[in-house]
Write a new protein. Sequence first.
Length: 429
Amino acid sequence: MKSSFVSRLPRPAMTAVGGVAGFAAYFSMYAFRKPVAADTFAGVAPFLHGLDYKSAVIIMQIAGYALSKLIGIRVVAQFGRTGRGYAIIGLVSIAWAALILFAVAPAPWNAAFFLLNGLPLGMIWGLVFSYLEGRRESDILGAILCASFIFSSGVMKSVGEVMVRSGIGIWWMPAAVGAVFFPLLLLSVWALESLPPPDAQDEKERMPRVPMFRAERMAMLRANWMMIFPLVAGYVMLTAIRDFRDNFAPELWQAAGYRDVAALFTESEVPVAIGVLVVLAALNRVRANLAALQAMQVLIILGALMLAAATASFQCGLISGLVWMVLSGMGLYLAYTPFNAMLFDRMIAAIGKPGNSGFLIYVSDAAGYCGSVGVIVSRNAYGAPGNWLSFYVAFAYVTAAVVTGFGLLSLFVAHRRLGGGAPARVMRP
């Protein structure tokens, strides 16, 4: 699948191809993951006593996703460059088959097929980002890639809602949305395979990116656990609230007083995606890796505070539900998004030892999605039925407090561990 035409392009054009291809690949993957969240599945029999059907579907999918992240700690970290494109297509195809089985199996037991749906999809992020990491432009490429999961979630739920309104049943809708976007997935994977590997200057500035086997992974954690653990602890909270907001968006919008929610899925997420993309892409101008790492840690703290401030403003009646969802989403994703690409890419470079960011991303994701399952189960076990909005508001405050505290601790450790003498602001000419 390797082509040479991209390697002959000027550097900015090659970066543009990489950004568009990465965005399109992950955007397409979301067509096989998120459309099911567009419906409330009201009236469907509970999966188990005390567990409503929609929650069962989401728990199954996230459980598969979390298991995939645990497997990915080893698999993605060791994968290397050969066979990534075929792996992406094969994994998404398995997830698509699970959606077809979901459509033909009887409810409520068909919810179990979302375990099979989530299991392969959790590998896709690390495989896609492996094409983009370790480059001088990786902050820009990572920001574009991260914008895909902010933007695509709303789009895929909107597409799913429109399909249901057009007559496609709720059972076949997830598989139908996947069919629409599968050709785009093939095209984007081909484009990613056409990218040349990082060059010598990339490796000089960002360190060589190599597979990490057990010994290298354990050495990385032992040497840097005091910096990594607080970040992972905060990320567990961010993942849990982000997943709750994402998967139960219809219920949250309805609880906030909105009824026609199909367009709101996209309308509320597009400004968030654009804002986060602009802020994170600007970090590419910071050449010093430690300075960029510290800037992202500060951004995580500011994002958590913005989440709390927007929620307080909504509760006080200062802003509408739509503005609250946009502003709180902006804060949430400013804090959440760096973990998925740029934060660990810069951390590897700042530490100064060859490796890959996929390992640290998957350590964080595995913990985060396990926490997400725990939150949904706890909400069903102890929360008041239908009290979606109150639960989310309280969760937003707790998340902001935890992320701010652990973020400050990690920032302090990074300053001491990696050398506080690095320039605070070194910009690209």
